[in-house]
Design a protein around this ligand. Sequence first.
Ligand SMILES: Nc1nc2c(c(=O)[nH]1)N(C=O)[C@@H](CNc1ccc(C(=O)N[C@@H](CCC(=O)O)C(=O)O)cc1)CN2
Ligand SMILES: Nc1ncnc2c1ncn2[C@@H]1O[C@H](COP(=O)(O)OP(=O)(O)OP(=O)(O)O)[C@@H](O)[C@H]1O
Length: 204
Amino acid sequence: MMGLESEIDKSVLRARLAAERDALNEELRVVWSERCSQHLVNYVQECGFNRILAYVPFRSELNISPFVEWCWSSDVEVWVPRCRRQDRSMTFYRLRDWDNLVDGAYGIKEPDPETMETLSEAVLPDLVIVPGLGFDYHGGRIGYGGGYYDRYAAAASNDWKSKPVSWIGVGYESQIMEKVPTEAHDLRLGGIATETGVRTSIEA
Ligand SMILES: Nc1nc2c(c(=O)[nH]1)N(C=O)[C@@H](CNc1ccc(C(=O)N[C@@H](CCC(=O)O)C(=O)O)cc1)CN2
Ligand SMILES: Nc1ncnc2c1ncn2[C@@H]1O[C@H](COP(=O)(O)OP(=O)(O)OP(=O)(O)O)[C@@H](O)[C@H]1O
């Protein structure tokens, strides 16, 4: 259990990071999103990845659409989450175009469970790209505070033992901070992709 003080510190930090990201110039966000998408394309090509868990961008998040569209044109599978608020779990569905998304929790567009294919637990991705509010070079990440990705990673660490899966944070360079306050339950990323490139995490 975390102390009340650090809980408050984290919510203050979240609010600050969200406001700072919202304040980034919109034209620059578009340019940075395109650059980061290109770095992700190169990374996925180099690694030979075929199945990717991605996200549907909302608010001022880095827009990975150019990357997602490249995946479609290259027969790389893209799967995106649908949130269940009741237990704060996520289920991933195969995204083949932008037309089958419906309004979801928190104002995020999400897959239509009626028409889209569910990712079975037995099927492992090669890469998980993780959105967030802040990141550091040591695999630390802070998100909106739902614990969705932390919970998903905790379950995956039990289920996905048959092969290594890369977990990469995605955001603007300005979202990188010296040290994100992390706790034991927090997911640790293997790297971070921004408009300047993809960097793997430094230990500790
Ligand atoms: N594009 C995208 N999809 C994503 C995430 C994300 O960060 N980005 N998530 C990453 O985890 C999950 C959704 N997590 C979220 C958790 C809370 C809030 C949110 O708006 N919280 C309110 C306060 C609480 C509430 O409304 O219940 C807020 O920030 O004002 C948004 C997303 C899954 N899908
Ligand atoms: N594996 C887990 N099992 C159960 N609860 C968890 C787990 N991981 C995190 N939580 C709970 O979820 C809540 C939010 O966690 P945290 O503050 O780390 O969110 P976050 O990583 O910023 O959010 P998000 O992943 O939604 O962007 C906390 O109350 C935490 O205790």
